[in-house]
Design a protein around this ligand. Structure first.
Ligand SMILES: Cc1cc2nc3c(=O)[nH]c(=O)nc-3n(C[C@H](O)[C@H](O)[C@H](O)COP(=O)(O)OP(=O)(O)OC[C@H]3O[C@@H](n4cnc5c(N)ncnc54)[C@H](O)[C@@H]3O)c2cc1C
Ligand SMILES: NC(=O)c1ccc[n+]([C@@H]2O[C@H](COP(=O)([O-])OP(=O)(O)OC[C@H]3O[C@@H](n4cnc5c(N)ncnc54)[C@H](O)[C@@H]3O)[C@@H](O)[C@H]2O)c1
Length: 464
């Protein structure tokens, strides 16, 4: 039996960052991970492999559609799926090995196996029980099931996001259930590689929670790229037979039932916290109605010395939110004052164009009762975006009309996922739109569109 200042359970972005920060602050730390490799959902079957496939499929799409427009002539590349899968696996491996290196560097013990908290301060892994002054639950999430839809990733017919990353080949047709982030990112991968992709969404708009103008423009662009949408439809069932899937859904507007068949069905209707086998029931750890671990302002559960972070607790299910909570919880445990500003957490969808947001949508800002103003700048007025054939999107600022303080920003366009951080920093500093407008931005960059949107909050943008 070994004893630690802190045992972190789960080595995803929440857990491994928490372990590293705690070790940097002088604590003796171990991290328990049940998977073969470190990095959690994000590195193994989430953010990283999906971004590798998004990158490869984007390159293929550019070569097929835009190269000749730039005078780059020659044969269109063909897809070697085995090599593409290998590239994805290598990308994942270099990252998971990177975390192993960081653990060694920071003298963090990696305890291999599945953990159970048998009592406060006691973590059982296999036959060994380890002692810890503090425990952080960072066990993440898993795909949420949908009644009537039986996922079997091994068959490659009805799959969740994990199965969609390792299909045996590029299918001819795919139905995606759910027009959320996973559905649209992975749907984009296959649509670019030539699959006929149909997205079935329960609501009337895609990507719930995003600014309404972005939702509309995003769907328009995806349609132009060949993705088809069935909106306002509740999926009833999906069954696999002889390597094909049949799916039935009900249109909400008239209750009519329809059927559709495809080579692959991807279930992407959300994720749920994963806390199985931890023994939280017996410990009396309070949970929310949605199965999340309840925590206080310091990420501590109702049981003293047991903390929880990341996808396992309420809030956005994002890797960087988990990382921030991991750092903050480690700081609290080390006797410092950890902090996460939940009002400034960016969200990015890595499609092409990218979609990024931070802060309040126009509708949410109005709901606060404030007087607000909004301003939009289209990428059509941005030279760099046009050179990349990406003039379709815009930057939208949501600003307090009385104080000019930036409340939110919504971008659909090239590099949106990088550009959003300038607004995050501005919001952290309580900046006004004028502060951004007065900041010199290099030309020609797509970031100029952010400045132009800020200028549009005042006397006007220049290039429209
Ligand atoms: C396809 C896909 C793409 C995504 N892309 C993005 C993206 O681009 N950007 C983004 O911000 N987010 C993305 N996400 C979400 C992101 O992966 C999660 O928000 C993030 O991984 C949560 O981190 P976490 O540390 O809370 O949990 P996880 O990453 O889920 O890690 C939890 C770890 O705990 C381990 N574990 C669980 N129980 C135990 C136990 N009892 N004992 C030992 N180990 C245990 C699990 O094996 C797992 O490795 C994506 C998710 C998916 C599925
Ligand atoms: N780039 C990123 O940051 C990234 C990428 C992938 C995943 N993630 C995270 O992973 C989590 C899960 O993603 P997700 O896309 O599975 O969930 P989501 O909640 O983003 O989207 C699920 C969608 O499915 C729809 N839906 C639900 N039930 C349905 C039904 N019966 N029929 C049709 N549609 C239905 C919902 O209305 C919603 O639009 C998200 O919280 C997301 O933050 C993030």
């Amino acid at each position: 039996m070994s004893s630690y200042d802190l045992i972190v359970i789960g080595a995803g972005p929440g857990g491994y960052v928490c372990a590293i920060r705690a070790a940097q602050l002088g604590l003796k730390v171990a991290c328990v991970e049940g998977r073969e490799t470190l990095g959690g959902t994000c590195l193994n079957v989430g953010c990283i492999p999906s971004k590798a496939l998004l990158h490869a499929s984007h390159m293929y799409h550019e070569a097929a559609h835009n190269f000749t427009r730039m005078g780059l002539m020659g044969d269109r590349p063909s897809i070697d799926w085995t090599v593409m899968q290998g590239y994805k696996a290598e990308t994942v491996e270099t990252n998971t090995k990177g975390i192993e290196f960081l653990f060694k560097k920071n003298k963090i013990d990696w305890i291999k196996g599945w953990a159970e908290i048998t009592a406060p301060g006691k973590v059982k892994v296999g036959d060994d029980t380890h002692e810890a002054k503090n425990i952080v639950i960072a066990t993440g999430s898993e795909p949420a099931p949908l009644k009537g839809v039986e996922v079997d990733n091994a068959s490659g017919v009805i799959v969740d996001s994990t199965g969609a990353l390792t299909l045996p080949g590029v299918p001819e047709s795919m139905v995606v259930i759910g027009a959320g982030v996973i559905g649209l990112e992975l749907g984009s991968v296959y649509a670019r590689l030539g699959t006929k992709v149909t997205v079935i969404e329960y609501l009337d708009a895609i990507t719930p929670g995003m600014d309404a103008e972005v939702q509309k423009q995003f769907q328009k662009i995806l349609k132009k790229q060949g993705m088809e949408f069935v909106m306002g439809a509740a999926v009833q069932s999906a069954t696999a037979k002889r390597g094909k899937a049949t799916l039935s859904y009900k249109l909400r507007k008239d209750d009519s039932e329809k059927e559709m068949s495809a080579d692959v069905v991807l279930l992407a209707t959300g994720r749920r916290p994963y806390v199985e086998g931890l023994g939280l029931d017996k410990l009396g750890v309070e949970m929310t109605e949605r199965g999340q671990v309840k925590i206080d302002d310091h990420w501590q559960t109702n049981v003293k010395g047991i903390y929880a972070i990341g996808d396992a607790v309420p809030g956005l299910m994002l890797a960087h939110k988990a990382e921030d909570e991991g750092m903050a919880a480690a700081e609290v445990i080390a006797g410092k004052s950890g902090h996460v500003n939940y009002n400034v957490i960016p969200g990015v969808i890595y499609t092409s164009p990218e979609v990024a947001n931070v802060g309040l949508t126009e509708a949410a800002a109005k709901e606060t009762g404030r007087k607000i103003k909004t301003a939009k700048f289209p990428f059509m007025g941005n030279a760099r975006a046009k050179a990349m054939f990406q003039g379709d999107g815009f930057v939208k600022m949501v600003v307090d009309a009385d104080t000019d303080r930036v409340l939110g920003c919504h971008i659909i366009g090239p590099n949106a996922g990088e550009m959003i951080h300038e607004v995050c920093v501005a919001m952290e500093f309580g900046a006004s739109a004028e502060d951004i407008a007065l900041t010199c931005h290099a030309h020609p960059t797509t970031s100029e569109a952010v400045r132009e949107a800020a200028l549009a909050c005042g006397d006007g943008a220049i290039h429209v």
